[in-house]
Design a protein around this ligand. Structure first.
Ligand code: ASP
Length: 582
């Protein structure tokens, strides 16, 4: 038997028992006639004591030699500590060791296995198995497990069945490139790894499963942005005989349950706003509504003077920054520099200080009088002491820029509180999105999303105006879930493919199986998928999803620990009918 107890288990009530423990040597403190060794495992740390008098000097010598991270097994008696450590669950006791066995030596680890380690990101990723020994990483993985278990419990109790769908499939368009797997047995043919199980979960509805979920890996070959992973995990769900309302209710239920179980927080309010409203009020389809600073559109009160910058703009829009009137000239200049950074891309920023005495001082006093500025304050709901920041230009770009500024200022002002949770639904997304470069439309969600009732007719005349039966669940400025009511009619699906630029042959070749299935009594259905990695990170109060993934990839999509992707040898290439010199 390797152990009778774990390193986190022993308490004062265990005094006098004889125990066997196994674990890693965390630290050795050598005081000459006595040495203490902190022994660590997943469950905690227990202090071992080796004493010249009470045990033997031979054992003491052996303990002294123990290097960090050596794996040992000890036997000994639990004794009460002379000086207790109230900060450790096992701090009342120590184990007076009578037998010591080294189970495995360890090289000196390349960084310290401490909560605050001296190892940088790269080295910790290379030795991720050592990183996992550290509390913050270990706790994050345990936290993820807890969230996952609660998700399974809730959905299972709500009647959802977890079904696995295949990974070696054909392309499912979710807007990214596919990862491809060459088929050895079918020359020149490839599988695609699923960007999501979308078509399979719809086929499960045709199969009568009624309520499906799966905690599932999805693969998307995208240019990696910070904190994106090429493989990530979704809580993927689908339900039959549902309308949007049913789905929103079901998954509000799941979200409430998780916030309660995991965070102990009761959240009852899930406001719903349309995509259009989200864009005009927050400039963003995943607004953080934990704080105000809502957009005020100023066209009507700012385009009547000689200020050409505004007169020629499609949109003039501002936000009121609480307390911002006290910013110095230098601070405001810095803010202007911030919005002009290429990442934000604004040309400049107009500002208005709302003085405590009710007067205004702006950067455009030459053009606007106090009455004008008073109207701006009204529209942006600025109070005395606030600073109004105004951007202008192309509607979409200006909204994105002001949204970035809103989030940045909220962060600086401490308004994005990690322990506050404010979910909302964004509904009525556009069905199609114009690709500015190619001038063609593509599905904003995916091609299986149904248009809102009665909107199908608009597809020909005003494709950009058609609204989809699609919704996103947003939490604290992050999209945590998204889904839609699906098309379940073969003809409508065919029309959809046509509008997305597929010829009937292409549609048949790629999605014939789905349209065939729709001919055999496909029920009305819809669903949603949550990004598990992000959800866990948000619930865990962290920004980066990488901390909650055991073996994540870096920003170039590499696993630096196993060194993947990697070259394969010529023999393998030949077997797969692949030639690199083409
Ligand atoms: N398959 C979709 C996605 O991955 C989710 C859904 O529509 O249910 O975003």
């Amino acid at each position: 038997m390797y152990r009778s107890n774990t390193c986190g288990a022993l308490r004062a009530s265990d005094t006098n028992s004889i125990v066997t423990l196994s674990g890693w040597v965390h630290k050795v403190r050598d005081k000459g006639f006595v040495a203490w060794v902190d022994l660590r495992d997943r469950y905690g740390i227990t202090q071992l004591v080796f004493d010249q008098d009470r045990t033997s000097s031979e054992l003491l010598d052996k303990a002294r030699e123990l290097g960090r991270e050596t794996v040992i097994q000890v036997k000994g008696e639990v004794i009460e500590r002379a000086s207790k450590n109230p900060n450790m669950p096992t701090g009342d006791i120590e184990v007076l060791v009578t037998e010591l066995q080294v189970l495995n030596e360890s090289k000196l680890p390349p960084f310290t296995i401490e909560d605050e380690t001296d190892g940088g990101e790269d080295i910790r990723m290379k030795y991720r198995y050592l990183d996992i020994r550290r509390n913050p990483v270990k706790e994050s993985l345990i936290f993820r497990h807890k969230v996952t278990m609660e998700v399974r419990k809730y959905l299972s109790e709500a009647g959802f069945i977890e079904v696995e769908t295949p990974y070696l499939i054909k392309s499912t368009p979710e807007g990214a490139r596919d990862f491809l797997v060459p088929s050895r047995m079918n020359e020149g043919q490839f599988y695609a790894l699923p960007q999501s199980p979308q078509t399979f979960k719809q086929l499960l509805m045709v199969g009568g499963m009624d309520k499906y979920f799966q905690i599932v890996k999805c693969f998307r070959d995208e240019d990696l942005r910070a904190d994106r992973q090429p493989e990530f995990t979704q809580i993927d769900c689908e339900m039959a005989f549902v309308e949007q309302e049913d789905i929103l209710n079901a998954f509000e239920g799941l979200t409430k349950y998780l916030l309660k179980e995991i965070k102990g927080i009761d959240v009852s309010d899930f406001p719903r706003i349309t995509y259009d409203e989200a864009m005009s009020r927050f400039g963003n389809d995943k607004p953080d509504i934990r704080f105000g600073m809502e957009f005020g559109e100023l066209n009507a009160v700012a385009q009547h003077k000689d200020f050409n910058v505004f007169n020629s703009a499609e949109l003039v829009v501002g936000i009121a920054v609480p307390g911002g009137a006290s910013y110095t000239r230098k601070e405001i200049d810095k803010l202007i520099d911030w919005v002009r950074r290429p990442q934000v891309g604004a040309k400049g920023m107009v500002y208005v200080k709302c003085n405590e005495d009710g007067s205004f001082k702006s950067s455009v006093d030459k053009f606007y009088d106090q009455e004008d500025l008073g109207k701006w304050a009204e529209v942006t709901q600025a109070k005395a002491g606030d600073l109004i920041c105004v951007l202008s230009g192309d509607t979409n770009q200006t909204r994105a820029q002001l949204s970035a500024l809103r989030m940045e200022l909220a962060q600086r002002l401490g308004l994005r509180k990690p322990d506050e949770f404010a979910p909302l639904w964004v509904i009525d997304f556009p069905l199609l999105e114009l690709d500015e470069e190619t001038g063609t439309y593509h599905a904003m969600h995916h091609p299986f999303t149904s248009p809102k009732p009665g909107q199908l007719e608009l597809l020909d005349s005003n494709p950009g105006d058609v609204k989809a039966n699609a919704y996103d669940l947003v939490l604290n400025g992050n999209e945590i879930g998204g889904g839609s009511i699906r098309i379940h009619d073969k003809e409508i699906q065919a029309t959809m493919f046509k509008h997305l630029g597929f010829t009937p042959e292409e549609a048949k070749e790629q999605f014939g199986f789905l349209m065939d299935a729709f001919q055999y009594g496909a029920p009305p259905h819809g669903g949603i998928a949550f990004g598990l990695d992000r959800l866990v990170a948000i619930l865990g109060g962290q920004e980066t999803i990488r901390d909650f993934i055991a073996f994540p990839k870096n920003n170039s999509g590499r696993d630096v620990m196993i060194d993947a992707p990697a070259h394969i040898d010529d023999e393998q290439l030949k077997e797969l009918h692949l030639r690199l010199d083409l």
